[in-house]
Ligand binder design. Structure first.
Ligand code: ATP
Ligand code: MG
Length: 218
């Protein structure tokens, strides 16, 4: 069965590297891929844009193609979203379909700090997306987990519902939402780092521009 892969994140805001790596992952894995915004991410400070705005940006960004979808179930749940609970919910709905949690290499390195992280392997496979600046220096407990789970060929994830880890070597794009928020707050116009659609409706990027206006105001 064709796997379902989800790329979780804050998407504050979504940028072209999110879209490019998700797209490449769908090709490498031959999987349906959904971008899944977190409402209150437990591992980081609260997002600048609220959940409704982040979803509006994602919808605008995803328009015009049908390979990447949107998964909003963590927003519906409210409160902190633990990935392990979300994946268990998906597992119950998708029965034996292979599920894949996609993570950038930076997020993957932090995995041992996540709520009930070892249980993730019981409900899903992990697909680790290469990211510029990240090495293969995984923390020891993660390296131990990988020793028995890692496979080289992404197609191996079609063979069972969960439990494997694969590294996906995607085009290196050194773009982050942090950088984009900084540029917008400084009054810059980060065109071509963000999907074009985000510039077509002034309301979409307004949450990030407010700081800059406040600083400039007399
Ligand atoms: P921030 O700077 O706010 O953390 P971000 O650019 O890292 O933003 P997130 O919403 O944190 O975006 O990322 C969602 C997921 O996408 C994470 O798993 C992250 O590792 C991955 N990701 C984000 N940008 C890239 C990139 N340039 N290359 C590979 N993976 C990425
Ligand atoms: Mg991040």
């Amino acid at each position: 069965m064709r796997p379902l892969a989800v790329l979780g994140g804050t998407f504050d805001p979504v940028h072209i590297a999110h879209l490019a790596v998700a797209w490449e992952a769908s090709e490498l894995l031959d999987a349906e891929v959904r971008l899944m915004p977190a409402s209150i991410p437990p591992h980081r400070p609260p997002p600048v844009a609220d959940a409704t705005s982040r979803v509006a940006m994602l919808r605008a960004a995803l328009r015009g193609q049908d390979r990447l979808g949107l998964e909003t179930r963590e927003l519906a749940r409210g409160g902190p979203s633990y990935t392990v609970d979300t994946l268990a919910e998906l597992r119950a709905e998708e029965r034996n379909r292979p599920l894949i949690l996609l993570l950038g290499a930076d997020a993957f390195t932090g995995l041992p700090g996540w709520h009930r992280w070892r249980e993730l392997f019981e409900v899903a496979h992990l697909g680790v997306l290469s990211r510029p600046g990240m090495t293969h220096d995984w923390p020891a407990e993660l390296a131990r987990e990988m020793a028995t789970r890692q496979v080289g060929d992404p197609r191996r994830l079609h063979e069972q519902p969960a439990g494997k880890v694969v590294e996906l070597m995607v085009t290196p794009l050194e773009i982050s939402s942090t950088r984009i928020r900084d540029l917008l707050a400084a009054g810059r116009e980060p065109r071509f780092l963000l999907p074009e659609a985000l510039f077509q409706d002034a309301a979409l990027l307004a949450p990030y521009r407010q700081d800059a206006q406040a600083v400039r105001a007399p």
